[in-house]
Structure formats: structure tokens, C-alpha cells
Design a protein around this ligand. Structure first.
Ligand code: NDP
Length: 252
């Protein structure tokens, strides 16, 4: 856990970093944090109006001009990811960082009642879409001097828990995929692949999962950004195939 990390102001200067789910919650905070440390951020998400709001916030703060890439992981195909790679190649020629943050909770419900369509949807948005996007973006990541790819896990990705269904399974598979790809890329490229578990954080998703909880008892997305900056920047070089916690453990 690197919550006490103090990122140098120019940590990510001139880096091109794509953040998924950048319109709100943790992804919004990460996009703003990366931009304020010098990165040109590509804001990817489902709801364009939210991405535009983050774009404006970055510009207002004097950050490098960001880019917007609207995409819904639910319907996106390998062809869409190829097109994305071509567009980013023409625009930037490389990708220095990729934060896979977008995700959905699905439903907290006994497995016996889990809707099969919802199961597929969660696996598509949380796992299959991000994995296929990563495949298409590999050439661009290889074109960077040193690229950091971060996937987002969860406590229930380390150890399954009753009623968490497809969400828990998608996060466990995400951690395994991090190990698969990091192992493959070791020694053959300068791309490193890790996962981060934000831990209980004050967002819409957390509120849906724990409706009775007082959000003020939780850390805000901004509070956990030191860990996100450390893992994206050069101070974490040498780490790959590992799973990190963004904040110290709490009771649940
Ligand atoms: P939010 O629900 O606040 O934000 C999720 C983001 O993902 C939104 O920007 C949303 O876009 C985007 N998204 C959802 N579905 C799609 C889709 N089909 N295509 C593209 N983008 C999509 O969640 P958090 O900020 O809380 O979570 C961020 C990550 O952290 C997730 O991976 C989550 O699993 C993980 N996490 C969060 C914890 C917490 O306590 N908050 C704890 C552990 C893990 P839109 O604006 O359109 O809805």
C-alpha cells in the first residue's frame, strides 16, 4: 500500500495514459490525478457527457489537453478495439499507461437467483472487454519506453464471498490474467502488468453494494490516488505480475 507516496509534480510528464471509466468515481479521480502530474489522458467511458465534464475540469486545472474516447464495453467487438488502436496510433503513436478501471457490480444476490444475462454482462464489461482491448493495444504499449498497465481488482477477487457472483469471479479472473500476461511479457518487453484493489471507496458503486453505510466513513477516490500514481509512474518500475492494495485494510 502506497497511500503515503508523494508523487513528484512531473511524475507523468509527456506520458500518454488511457483511463477507462473516467467519467466518475475512481476513474475520474485517476484521470485528474494523472493529468495534474503531466500526463495527456485519454478519457474512455460509456457516458460522453461525464467524460466532457472531466475534460473541462482537466483544462480548467491547466493540465495537458486530454482526449475523449466514448466506448461501451458491453457491445464492443474486437473490430472496435482494432479501430481504437489505429486511431490512437495515428494520434499519439504509443501508449505509456493504461488504467482498466471501468466495471459494474451486477447484483449482490444468491447464485441460485443470479440472472444468466446479467452474469454474461458483468463478465463482458469487467473481464472480456478489457482483456480484448489490451490485446489490440499491445503494439502501442510496446512502442512506449516503459508502459504500465493496471487492472482493477477487489477484495472479493482475492477470496470469493457469498452473493457476490459474477463480480467476484470477474475480479479473480482479472488477477489471474495479470499473472498470465505479465509472465508472457517478462524479458521480452518493457510493459508491466499489475492489479490494484482500491479498497472501500466513496463512490456510486460502493453505495449500491452497501446501501446502509455512511459514505463519510470511507476514503474518497482522491485519497487513494497516491497508490494509483505510484503504480503508473516510474517509481514502481520492476514490479510486474503483482497485486497491490490502494489503502490499508479495514474491517469490511
Ligand atoms: P463507479 O460505478 O462509480 O464507476 C464505474 C465507471 O465504469 C463509470 O465511469 C462507468 O461509466 C464505467 N462503466 C461501467 N460500465 C461500463 C461499460 N459498459 N463501458 C464503459 N464504461 C463503463 O465505480 P467505482 O469508481 O467505485 O469503481 C471503479 C473500479 O474500482 C471498478 O472496477 C470497481 O469494481 C473497483 N472497485 C471499487 C471499490 C469501491 O469501493 N468503490 C472497491 C473495490 C473495487 P458510466 O459513467 O457510464 O456509468
Amino acid at each position: 500500500c502506497k497511500i503515503d507516496y508523494q508523487a513528484p509534480a512531473e511524475l507523468l510528464k509527456d506520458r500518454i495514459i488511457l483511463v477507462t471509466g473516467a467519467g466518475n468515481g475512481i476513474g475520474r479521480a485517476a484521470a485528474l490525478a494523472y493529468a495534474s502530474h503531466g500526463a495527456t489522458v485519454i478519457l474512455l467511458g460509456r457516458t460522453t457527457s461525464r467524460l466532457e465534464e472531466v475534460y473541462d475540469a482537466i483544462e480548467a486545472a491547466g493540465g495537458p489537453q486530454p482526449a475523449i474516447y466514448p466506448l461501451d464495453f458491453e457491445g464492443a467487438t474486437p473490430e472496435d478495439y482494432r479501430h481504437m488502436a489505429e486511431t490512437l496510433d495515428q494520434e499519439f503513436g504509443r501508449l505509456d499507461g493504461l488504467l482498466h478501471n471501468a466495471g459494474i457490480l451486477g447484483r449482490i444476490t444468491p447464485f441460485e437467483q443470479y440472472n444468466p444475462e446479467l452474469w454474461q454482462q458483468v463478465m463482458q464489461i469487467n473481464l472480456n472487454g478489457p482483456v480484448m482491448m489490451t490485446q489490440a493495444l499491445l503494439p502501442l504499449l510496446k512502442a512506449a519506453d516503459q508502459a504500465s498497465v493496471i487492472f482493477t481488482s477487489s477484495g472479493v477477487g482475492h477470496k470469493g464471498r457469498a452473493f457476490w457472483g459474477a463480480y467476484a469471479v470477474s475480479k479473480a479472473a482479472t488477477e489471474n490474467f495479470v499473472e498470465v500476461l505479465a509472465d508472457e511479457l517478462e524479458n521480452t518487453s518493457r510493459i508491466r502488468i499489475n492489479s490494484i484493489n482500491p479498497g472501500a471507496t466513496r463512490t456510486a458503486m460502493r453505495q449500491t453494494a452497501f446501501p446502509g453505510e455512511d459514505p463519510q466513513t470511507l476514503l474518497a477516490p482522491e485519497d487513494i490516488m497516491p497508490s494509483y500514481l505510484w503504480l503508473m509512474g516510474p517509481d514502481s518500475e520492476g514490479h510486474s505480475g503483482e497485486h497491490f492494495e490502494a489503502q490499508p485494510p479495514r474491517n469490511q
